[in-house]
Design a protein around this ligand. Structure first.
Ligand SMILES: [Zn+2]
Length: 254
């Protein structure tokens, strides 16, 4: 396993990917003869596909493409992870992406703003009260302004994403061939931590994300008019629209 360095000074380890199967409650990867090694920094972001996982079948498909979530020690022949954790974490990512897109839209879209204030705020408020106890009443009076509530929902998202950074080892290394130049490294050794880190990078870069109107996968918007994540989704929707139109026309003439 080699670490690849980018100017961002992140070392992300590559990991083996092999056939994956479901065994009862477990997702099992057979790594005795890995098909290949996945090097995350050289691939498109795994976050959109991970957030779309809604069934064991989706999880298998994802794991056969990107690998298992946990760190894989060298020489391990089989990795097992509970499928329930996969599904729970994918749901968590959907939620964080939704929270982010709503927060980004809140300035221009009144619907996004009211969804945050009506549906997200009560939950964030409850979480804050649980974690802060009496301090909450002291710090946040009951007549908080809407802008302050949005700020707290925004910081709640940062906390959720940051919670995934658990134990990323930090190190400082000297750059070879450049005496006196150093790199500050965050070593990422599992897909799970990489997913959180990659999502954090999207947030920090203020990537314009949107949910595909056809398949529900989040994608980075290039053209603001773009409603679908891929050509396949655009074509599928166009075809369905055409079929509906044809049916409607047939119903009129019948
Ligand atoms: Zn799509």
């Amino acid at each position: 396993m080699r670490a690849v360095r980018r100017p961002s000074q992140l070392s992300v380890w590559s990991w083996p990917v092999g056939p994956v199967r479901l065994e009862g409650e477990w997702l099992v990867a057979d790594l005795s003869f890995p098909r290949r090694f996945y090097q995350p920094m050289e691939q498109p972001s795994p976050v959109p596909d991970f957030a779309k996982i809604a069934s064991p079948r989706d999880a298998i498909e994802f794991a056969e493409r990107y690998g298992m979530r946990g760190a894989v020690p060298l020489g391990v022949r089989e990795v097992r992870e509970p499928i329930s954790e996969w599904l729970r974490e994918a749901e968590r990512f959907r939620r964080m992406l939704r929270q982010y897109t709503l927060l980004r839209a809140a300035k221009e879209t009144p619907e996004a703003r009211s969804e945050l204030l009506e549906h997200w705020w009560p939950e964030v408020r409850r979480e804050l009260m649980d974690s802060m106890g009496e301090l909450f009443q002291e710090l946040y009076p009951s007549d908080l302004s809407d802008d302050r509530k949005l700020d707290l929902i925004s910081s709640d998202l940062a906390q959720s994403v940051g919670a995934g950074f658990e134990r990323i080892p930090l190190s400082i290394t000297a750059l070879e061939g450049f005496p006196g130049t150093y790199l500050y490294d965050a070593e990422i050794r599992s897909l799970r931590v990489y997913l959180y880190q990659d999502l954090a990078r999207k947030l920090v870069a203020a990537e314009p994300l949107r949910m595909c109107a056809d398949c529900g996968r989040y994608f980075t918007v290039g053209d603001p008019r773009q409603q679908y994540c891929s050509e396949a989704c655009t074509n599928r929707t166009r075809r369905q629209r055409w079929v509906r139109k044809k049916k409607a026309a047939a119903a009129v003439t019948a």
